[in-house]
Write a protein that binds this ligand. Structure first.
Ligand code: HEM
Length: 348
């Protein structure tokens, strides 16, 4: 009682009103009933995974040393000697992969329910920026291990940046901090990975959720109409999903722990250079096409996806026809990405 008064004297806020406002915003928020199906709430998965990535990432940063001499050795130390180190590293590594899978599934759900249409165009773009940021944070994270595979993926990846028209040279210099990959590159990738990108991702996620709350979740045709309150049903669903994800990540971390590979050797180019699986399709495509043309086509395809909500209305004036054409384009894009990824997977 005394503590309550002590606080009230120092922070004279109308607590009753404060609780009422929060109740109406968070606790009683009406959720459409179709959101009971997790596929429709798939966006919550990367949202749950982010704090797991941040906590495990902070624990890894206690031991990781971002220098070419020490990076690989510190990863080996974490994996082989630090108590529970292999598990924390496994959670972080599998968490990143699961996050990308969840974002792709969420994006597909949004696409095939046409949820990017007016008034949600901006949130599609915010979401796409989030996808790009998550891919970049994964790329920088993979590079920190500083083994042969990640070193050469880093070399090939930064070389591609050079080909971007106008800003290529500047972007390459900014990323590498010199002619070749070295101390400056690693410290820069570390800075991007541990605070700059997480900060921007947290901000963008906040914007994504605020814009989502402004419009409310879209309500696709053919599903039961009606609402339920955020608390308790949806809240406990999220808790359950969190426990499921933690168990799944733990299991994967124990059964398939990420390896450490052999230390990076800048003088020895490996026979097969390969990035992480989510870059396989682009990597394979760029391997068989003149690089400048490849970058141009990839750039146009990415821009097409970013601005899809504004391009789609030009496909047809008839909404039904437009939906069918956009489904065909979406399905073909997914098919091409899966085929390229599979070819790259089985050619190594
Ligand atoms: C870190 C990545 C992301 C997070 C954490 C996230 C989170 C969410 C959440 C929680 C929702 C509510 C509905 C649901 O759970 O599915 C949502 C809706 C939405 N998201 Fe995302 N999202 C991400 C990436 C993306 C991407 C890559 C896109 C598309 C390019 C996107 C576009 C949208 C749109 C348009 C909606 C509104 C959908 C509707 O009203 O039905 N998001 N997002």
């Amino acid at each position: 009682m005394r503590a309550k008064e002590w606080i009230k004297e120092r922070f004279p806020i109308d607590y009753k009103k404060f609780i009422e406002i929060n109740e109406s915003i968070f606790i009683k928020e009406p959720i459409p009933v179709h959101m009971k199906k997790w596929l429709f709430a798939m966006g919550t998965t990367p949202f749950i995974l982010l704090p797991i990535q941040i906590i495990t990432g902070i624990l890894l940063a206690f031991y990781f040393m971002p220098s070419p001499e020490m990076a690989h050795e510190s990863v080996r130390h974490i994996t082989e000697e630090v108590r529970m180190g292999f598990w924390i590293r496994g959670l972080h590594s599998w968490g990143a992969n699961l996050m990308i899978i969840a974002i792709f599934l969420h994006m597909m759900r949004v696409f095939f329910t046409n949820a990017y249409r007016k008034p949600r165009e901006i949130n599609w773009i915010v979401g796409f920026v989030l996808l790009m940021l998550v891919l970049t944070i994964s790329f920088t994270g993979y590079s920190l291990t500083y083994n042969q595979l990640s070193y050469w993926a880093m070399t090939v990846g930064t070389n591609l940046v050079k080909e971007i028209p106008l800003i290529g040279g500047f972007a390459l210099e900014l990323l590498r901090g010199g002619e070749s990959i070295g101390t400056n590159t690693l410290t820069r990738f570390y800075t991007f990975h541990v605070w700059l990108l997480p900060l921007i991702i947290v901000l963008m996620m906040a914007i994504h959720i605020i814009v989502l709350r402004v419009h409310g979740v879209s309500e696709p045709e053919g599903y039961e109409k009606g609402y339920y309150a955020f608390y308790p049903t949806h809240f406990f669903k999220i808790i359950l999903a969190t426990l499921f994800l933690l168990s799944l990540l733990s299991l994967l971390a124990i059964i398939y722990p990420p390896g450490i590979g052999v230390p990076a050797d800048p003088l020895n180019t490996p026979l097969h250079i390969k990035p992480e699986w989510y870059f396989y399709s682009v990597f394979l495509f760029l391997k068989f096409i003149p690089i400048k043309l490849g970058i141009l086509i990839t750039g146009i395809a990415v821009m097409g996806m970013v601005f899809w909500p504004f391009i789609e209305p030009f496909l047809s004036k008839d909404e039904k026809k437009r939906t069918i054409i956009s489904y065909i384009i979406g399905a073909l894009t997914i098919l091409i990405l899966i085929i390229l990824t599979l070819i790259q997977t089985f050619t190594l």
